[in-house]
Write a protein that binds this ligand. Structure first.
Ligand code: SF4
Length: 110
């Protein structure tokens, strides 16, 4: 079968499908480029895991497992470099946490 033998309807369907996909690709690209939101320390999950934006201000009475050297930047969950001021944390759905922050599920980065 040659191109000339393709029914006009098939060609038209293909062209319409290609056109219809362009806006979707553009929207998906914009969504992927959108910066992640910063974790609100007053968020219910943040509070339940005792998230603090500053590890030096963690209350030892309410978070007895906390050690002064523990912070998001040296946690296994921190998605950025140790020098990044903020980075995504999968524990909080990929929201940005402070490199100097802390929460009770902190685990040493290997
Ligand atoms: Fe920070 Fe780790 Fe808690 Fe995420 S899991 S908020 S990186 S201490």
């Amino acid at each position: 079968m040659t191109d000339q033998m393709l029914p006009r309807r098939s060609i038209l369907k293909g062209a319409l499908a290609a056109l219809a996909s362009i806006p979707v690709v553009a929207v998906v690209s914009r969504v992927e480029a959108a910066p992640a939101a910063k974790l609100d320390p007053n968020d219910a999950q943040a509070k339940s895991l005792h998230y603090a934006t500053d590890t030096t201000k963690v209350d030892a009475k309410t978070s007895p497992s906390h050690k002064p050297e523990q912070k998001c930047a040296n946690c296994a969950q921190y998605q950025g470099k140790a020098t990044d001021a903020v980075a995504a944390c999968p524990i909080f759905g990929g929201k940005l946490v402070e490199g100097n922050g802390w929460c009770m599920v902190w685990a040493k980065k290997a």
